[in-house]
Design a binder for this molecule. Structure first.
Ligand code: 5GP
Ligand code: ZN
Length: 142
């Protein structure tokens, strides 16, 4: 599903209607600094073609996302003296998505930083874990 891009914050940033700190642009993608960064250098990467979540991204355009990550993430690490980075992507409000133009967060990480994204959980036993895997498998539409 694609919404009216006139109402989309990130489409408006691509069009230059709203200012941003741009770091990269090509025919298919656009990348700019997150205004409220998890860490300095936190970059947002989007496809210029509007989609609401990753579920409606044009699969033919995913190669351009990957190519952009492979260019931008090393540059972010270099600029921030990081030793690693996250590529994070939130889908739907329940997962923390606040801007409904699909985007990939590129977040630099250092070995000595103390950020924690989530606490690890656990399955009660292997049977429960196996049952969950079977239910997910059965729900995958081929
Ligand atoms: P989400 O929570 O949807 O995964 O991420 C949306 C991100 O967009 C947030 O991290 C937020 O700080 C960022 N953001 C929201 N509005 C703006 C804006 O106007 N400009 C920029 N550069 N980033 C924004
Ligand atoms: Zn949009």
């Amino acid at each position: 599903m694609t919404t009216n891009t006139d109402d989309c914050l990130f489409c408006r940033i691509v069009k230059g209607e709203i200012p941003c700190a741009k770091v990269y642009e090509d025919e298919y993608v656009f990348a700019f600094l997150d205004i409220a960064p998890f860490k300095e250098g936190h970059t947002l990467l989007i496809l210029k073609e509007h989609s609401n979540t990753v579920l409606d991204v044009n699969p033919n355009h995913m190669q351009y996302v990957l190519k952009a990550i492979q260019k931008i993430a090393p540059a972010v690490m270099e600029a921030t003296h990081a030793q690693g980075f996250h590529v994070l992507q939130n889908n739907f409000a329940a997962a923390g998505q606040t801007v409904f133009h699909t985007h990939w967060h590129i977040i630099p990480r250092s070995e000595d930083d103390t950020l924690s994204l989530w606490a690890q959980g656990a399955y009660t036993d292997n049977g429960t874990m196996g049952a969950m895997a079977r239910v997910i498998s059965q729900n995958i539409i081929q």
